[in-house]
Design a binder for this molecule. Sequence first.
Ligand SMILES: Nc1nc2c(c(=O)[nH]1)N[C@H]1C(S)=C(S)[C@@H](COP(=O)(O)OP(=O)(O)OC[C@H]3O[C@@H](n4cnc5c(N)ncnc54)[C@H](O)[C@@H]3O)O[C@H]1N2
Ligand code: MOO
Length: 399
Amino acid sequence: MSGLISVADAFDALARNALPVRVETVSIDEAHGRQLIEAVAARVSRPPADMSAMDGYAVRLEDVRSAGARLTVIGEAPAGAPFEQTLGEGEAVRIFTGGEIPAGADHIVIQEDTARTGDEVLCSEGYEASRFIRKAGRDFHEGDRLLDEGAILGAGELGLLAAGNIAEVNVRRRLRVGILANGNELKPPGTHLKRGEIVNSNPVALADLIRSWGAEPVDLGIAADTLDAIAQRIENARDIDVFLPVGGASVGDHDLMRPAFAEAGFESLFEKIAVRPGKPTWFSTRGDTRVLGLPGNPASALVCAQLFLKPLITGQRHSLTKAALACDLETNGPREHYMRAFASFTDDGRLTVDPAPDQDSSLIKPFVTSAALLRRLPNAPAKKRGELEDIILTSLPRL
Ligand SMILES: Nc1nc2c(c(=O)[nH]1)N[C@H]1C(S)=C(S)[C@@H](COP(=O)(O)OP(=O)(O)OC[C@H]3O[C@@H](n4cnc5c(N)ncnc54)[C@H](O)[C@@H]3O)O[C@H]1N2
Ligand code: MOO
């Protein structure tokens, strides 16, 4: 496949050339943001036995149906030290929150409803039904599936694994994404710039996105505008899963990234996408290594990283959400347009989307307030404010 292809075909080509899944075992302390490569089952039940939800007395419900029952306290059941005997008629066991319910008991009288004198406890209330007992396995049983293959581990998932007595998990090895900038004009941030020089701003922003998608960014530096300089950087790179050349993607005399990778043996799968911004985005492959070439214009680079690098890294397709337009939109041109937009909720809870007024592909400022990409299909008709359009949420909408 080569030449100009549709966005849908680009997604398909990326999916067909998904990277092989490599596994590593990590401690749950280091597993934040990682992706499980297999389902995980609980090694214990939670709670492991019937537990008291309150501080009070474990009793037989039969004995406390009427107010004023007097019971003999025969022992204690604090959390961690179960009472081993069976409770009989007219007996109570002092119990604390998290204490195991002793055999024979089926109800907890809370401390506030009792008066204690020596070994005797007076229950001031009567009860119709058993209360304050958390049944064994209420959260999960031993052997239950806690998490599915593909789950991304966050606070809830990690807490669940720990509670299921699982200390290590098999996760997908982080992909290494090598960011290679290109252009004689580029200098690192903080440099005293001479005439004609500009700041190499794309890599730091791309590295942040790459980290947020669970991969590891690798800085391959800035290659000068010669085939040899680019070839040298490709050759020196170690253990890269995805090369991410930025800039030098178009048709100018100094746009040498694609030819340099072709000379290094990478086979082209597409060279341009009918997308705006980012038409010169290209994709090549060599064995288990991929190259996603991004245009140098910052908006093109960031939007196309969102659109095409994210699914390559995560293996997941984008999900679209509908949002109400905050302004009128004109008829779209022939390229599928992803507009940088601000997403927020109205007071009555509707999601609205407001595209940045200037969509030029050189601009970075719209990304600061932007939380969405507003999708306009090729030749989409004009739309009025209030009508719905598809968006990809790239961060949480503002409330
Ligand atoms: N005759 C044509 N010219 C262009 C076409 C075309 O089809 N025919 N396509 C245009 C489109 S669309 C885009 S997008 C750009 C993409 O160009 P390149 O990928 O070749 O990018 P460069 O020329 O290297 O740079 C473009 C622009 O971005 C600045 N830049 C580059 N790298 C960085 C960086 N790491 N950090 C910050 N800024 C960067 C660079 O200085 C340029 O200003 O081509 C159009 N041209
Ligand atoms: O596709 Mo380019 O990103 O329009 O400027």
